[in-house]
Design a protein around this ligand. Structure first.
Ligand SMILES: *[C@@H]1O[C@H](CO)[C@@H](O)[C@H](O)[C@H]1NC(C)=O
Ligand SMILES: *[C@@H]1O[C@H](CO)[C@@H](O)[C@H](O)[C@H]1NC(C)=O
Ligand SMILES: *[C@@H]1O[C@H](CO)[C@@H](O)[C@H](O)[C@H]1NC(C)=O
Ligand SMILES: *[C@@H]1O[C@H](CO)[C@@H](O)[C@H](O)[C@H]1NC(C)=O
Ligand SMILES: *[C@@H]1O[C@H](CO)[C@@H](O)[C@H](O)[C@H]1NC(C)=O
Ligand SMILES: *[C@@H]1O[C@H](CO)[C@@H](O)[C@H](O)[C@H]1NC(C)=O
Ligand SMILES: *[C@@H]1O[C@H](CO)[C@@H](O)[C@H](O)[C@H]1NC(C)=O
Length: 572
C-alpha cells in the first residue's frame, strides 16, 4: 500500500514532466471496443505497467495494473469502467462498449525499479446519427406562400453533425423570402449525444410539381466526413385556377331535342375548383352548381350560349349549344279515301334546325312530290314523305299517307268464237274499287255461268273468261257490284250453228248511241222477261211440267230478237 501511494505521487510528477510531448490519438466508434496501445517499447527490468486517465481538473484516476513479474493484472474499482476493461500482455488497454465519456486522456505507465515511463493517448469517440427523417410534412404546398416543408431530424450523433436540404438533388441555400432554413441542435446531458434538427420553409411555384425534397446529415467518423440522406418527400402543389373551360357532354357529337346533356366546367387549378356559376342563354344570374350541370330532355329553345365562371365571377368560359330538331307535317296523312276523278293536293313540310329536303316514296320507289287533279285507281297506295338531318346522327322523320281511290264498278263484255268452232269465249273487264263482285247469268235458262279466275289487267281493272257452247241464241248478262254501286252489261250470243255477223258488235254497248237510247226499254223488257220466266218456271215446277220449253220460248220472243242486234248496258 505504501508503495502504491508513493507511486501515485511519482506518476503525477512524471505526467507534469512529460507535458509537451507528441500525443497519440485513438479513434473509436461508439459501442465498439477501444484498443489503446501503450505506445512504448518493452523495457528491461520492467516491474509492472499501469493505466490511468486524467480528470479535467488534472487529478489522475488509476484503472488497471499488470505485473510483469507475476504476469497477472487487476483493475481498480472505477464504477465507470467496471467490467469494460481488459489489459493485454503487451499493455494494450481495451475498453469495450465505448461511450462518449471515454473521450479522455489515458496514460500508459511502465515502471522499472529506477524509473517511470509515461505515454499519454487521447481518445476520440464517434457516433453516426440516426438516418435523417423529414417530419411534420404538410399534405400540400401552396404556390405563392412560404410553406413548411418539414423538420429534418437526425438524432444521437457524436460529435454533432450538420443538416443540409436538397431540392431535386440540388443543395438549398437560404434566400430571403424564398428559402428559410432554421437549424437547431441539442445535446443530451446524460448520453452526451447530439440531436440535430433543421426546419425548412419554402416558397413553392408550379415548378415544384413532382419536385422532391430531401435532407442529409453530414457527420464525422474516424476516417473523416460522412453523409447520410433522408427519403425524398414529394408534395401536392396547390395552385390557383388561371383558366376556366366549358365542355358539352352529349350522347352524340351533336345535340338534338330530347337529349340529356351535361355542361362540364373545368378550372385548371390544383385542386380543381368544385363549384361554379352556370349562366343559361340570356341569363345574367349564374346558378351555383358543381362542375357538372345537367340538362335533361333539352328543348329547341335551349339553343344558345352557355357560360360558366368561378364562384367569384371571374374567368368566364362560354360555349354555343345548338339543339337540333326536325319536324315533318304531312297533309293529309294517315288513311285517306277519295273517289276516282277527284283531285287531291298533298303537302309535306319539314321544320328543322337546318335546311333539309324531303323525299317522296311510293312502294319503295322514289317519286316527285305527288299532286292529283284526276285521281285514278293506280294512284292508290302508301305514300311516304321522309326527311333527315345529315348533321345529326339518327335524326330522321317519316310520315305516311295511305290513299285509297274508290269508284263505282264499270263492266264491259266481249266475245269471240273459239278456233274449234264449237265454243265461244265471253270476256269481261271490270273496273272499280273496292273490287267489284261479278256475276254472270245466261238469260236463256237463268243459269249462273262459271267463269275463270279473275286476272288483274291493270291497277283496279280485272278480267275473266266464260266459255260456253250455246245451242240456241242466248243473252249473257253480267253484273258488277261493290259498296258504291252496281253495273250490268248484256251481250247476245248466237247459237254455235249460226255464224256471228262480220261487223264487230261486241263494243256496241259502249259506243252505239242508238243502244244507249234504248237502254231503258231493254232493261224493262229484260226484267219483265226474267220475271215472267221465273214466274213461269215456278209455275211449271209446281205443276210438274217440262222445263226445257221455257228457255226455247224465252229465246224466241220478239224482244230477244231485237237484243240479238245490239248489246245493252244498264246501270243500277
Ligand atoms: C498487443 O496484443 C494484442 C492482443 O494480445 C494485439 O491485438 C495487439 O496488436 C498487440 N499490440 C501491439 C502494439 O503489439
Ligand atoms: C458543421 O458546420 C460547421 C459550421 O459551418 C462546421 O464548422 C462543421 O465542420 C460542420 N460539421 C460537419 C460535420 O459538417
Ligand atoms: C334522360 O334522363 C332521364 C332521367 O334521368 C331518363 O329518364 C331519360 O331516359 C334520359 N333520356 C335519354 C334520351 O337518355
Ligand atoms: C322552352 O319550351 C318549353 C316547351 O317546349 C317551355 O316549357 C319552356 O318554358 C321554354 N323555355 C324557354 C326559355 O323559352
Ligand atoms: C336555307 O335556305 C334558304 C333558301 O333556300 C336560305 O336563304 C337560307 O340561308 C338557308 N339556311 C341555311 C341555314 O342554310
Ligand atoms: C260450274 O262448275 C261447277 C264445278 O266447278 C260444276 O259443278 C257446274 O256444273 C258448272 N256449271 C256450269 C253451268 O257449267
Ligand atoms: C239465231 O238468230 C239468227 C238471226 O236472228 C237466226 O238467223 C237464227 O236462226 C237463230 N238461231 C237459232 C238456233 O234460233
Amino acid at each position: 500500500m505504501a508503495a502504491s501511494s508513493f507511486l501515485t505521487v511519482c506518476v503525477l510528477c512524471a505526467a507534469t514532466l512529460r507535458t509537451g510531448f507528441g500525443l497519440h490519438t485513438v479513434s473509436a466508434i461508439y459501442g465498439e471496443t477501444i484498443n489503446i496501445p501503450c505506445g512504448q517499447d518493452k523495457l528491461d527490468g520492467l516491474l509492472f505497467g499501469k493505466w490511468k486517465y486524467e480528470k479535467p481538473d488534472g487529478t489522475a484516476v488509476f484503472v488497471a495494473t499488470r505485473s510483469a513479474v507475476k504476469n497477472n493484472f487487476n483493475f481498480d474499482d472505477v464504477p465507470e469502467y467496471n467490467g469494460r476493461l481488459n489489459l493485454s500482455e503487451n499493455y494494450t488497454l481495451s475498453i469495450s462498449n465505448a461511450r462518449i465519456s471515454d473521450e479522455k486522456r489515458f496514460v500508459c505507465m511502465l515502471i522499472t525499479a529506477e524509473n517511470v515511463f509515461e505515454e499519454p493517448t487521447l481518445i476520440k469517440v464517434f457516433k453516426p446519427p440516426s438516418k435523417p427523417e423529414i417530419i411534420n410534412q404538410p399534405t400540400f404546398m401552396e404556390t405563392g406562400n412560404l410553406n413548411m416543408v418539414g423538420d429534418c431530424v437526425a438524432n444521437d450523433s457524436y460529435p454533432d453533425g450538420n443538416i443540409t436540404w436538397y431540392r431535386n438533388g440540388q443543395v438549398l441555400l437560404p434566400i430571403d423570402g424564398v428559402v428559410s432554413i432554421e437549424p437547431s441542435k441539442e445535446k443530451n446531458a446524460t448520453s452526451g449525444l447530439h440531436n440535430m434538427r433543421s426546419t425548412l420553409q419554402y416558397m413553392s411555384t408550379k415548378d415544384d410539381i413532382n419536385a422532391d425534397f430531401s435532407c442529409a446529415v453530414t457527420y464525422y467518423m474516424p476516417d473523416g466526413l460522412a453523409i447520410m440522406k433522408s427519403d425524398p418527400a414529394v408534395f401536392d402543389i396547390y395552385y390557383p385556377t388561371e383558366k376556366v373551360t366549358i365542355h358539352v357532354q352529349s350522347p352524340k357529337k351533336t345535340v338534338k331535342e330530347g337529349d340529356n346533356i351535361t355542361l362540364k366546367c373545368i378550372g385548371n387549378g390544383n385542386p380543381p375548383p368544385e363549384e361554379f356559376l352556370f349562366y343559361l342563354p340570356g341569363q345574367e344570374e349564374g346558378l351555383l352548381s358543381t362542375s357538372a350541370y345537367h340538362i335533361t330532355d333539352i328543348k329547341r329553345n335551349a339553343t344558345g350560349d352557355y357560360k360558366c365562371s368561378l364562384i367569384n365571377k371571374i374567368m368566364i368560359a362560354s360555349t354555343m349549344v345548338t339543339v337540333h330538331y326536325l319536324d315533318l307535317t304531312l297533309t293529309p296523312s294517315g288513311d285517306v279515301t277519295k273517289q276516282i276523278g277527284d283531285s287531291l293536293s298533298v303537302s309535306c313540310i319539314p321544320s328543322a334546325s337546318k335546311n333539309v329536303s324531303v323525299t317522296w316514296m311510293k312502294n319503295q320507289k322514289i317519286l316527285t312530290q305527288p299532286s292529283f287533279t284526276n285521281l285514278q285507281y293506280r294512284d292508290s297506295g302508301t305514300y311516304e314523305c321522309e326527311t333527315s338531318l345529315m348533321e345529326v346522327d339518327g335524326l330522321r322523320r317519316k310520315k305516311t299517307l295511305r290513299l285509297a281511290v274508290e269508284g263505282k264498278p264499270r263492266i264491259k263484255l266481249s266475245k269471240r268464237t273459239n278456233a274449234d268452232g264449237k265454243s265461244k269465249t265471253i270476256i269481261y273487264e271490270v273496273e272499280g274499287f273496292p273490287k267489284p263482285e261479278v256475276q254472270c247469268l245466261s238469260l236463256g235458262n237463268g243459269v249462273y255461268l262459271n267463269k275463270t279466275e279473275e286476272t288483274t289487267v291493270s291497277y283496279g281493272k280485272y278480267s275473266a273468261k266464260i266459255i260456253i257452247s250455246p245451242e240456241e241464241n242466248v243473252t249473257i248478262i253480267c253484273s258488277a257490284e261493290n259498296k258504291l254501286g252496281k253495273e250490268t252489261f248484256s251481250l247476245n250470243i248466237f247459237a254455235i250453228s249460226t255464224p256471228e255477223p262480220v261487223e264487230p258488235n261486241d263494243r256496241s254497248g259502249d259506243s252505239n248511241d242508238h243502244a244507249k237510247l234504248i237502254v231503258g226499254i231493254v232493261v224493262g223488257l229484260l226484267l219483265a222477261a226474267l220475271v215472267a220466266g221465273l214466274a213461269y218456271w215456278i209455275y211449271i215446277k209446281k205443276s210438274g211440267s217440262a222445263t226445257k220449253h221455257v228457255g226455247k220460248e224465252l229465246g224466241n220472243t220478239e224482244e230477244n230478237k231485237k237484243l240479238e242486234e245490239n248489246n245493252h248496258k244498264s246501270e243500277a
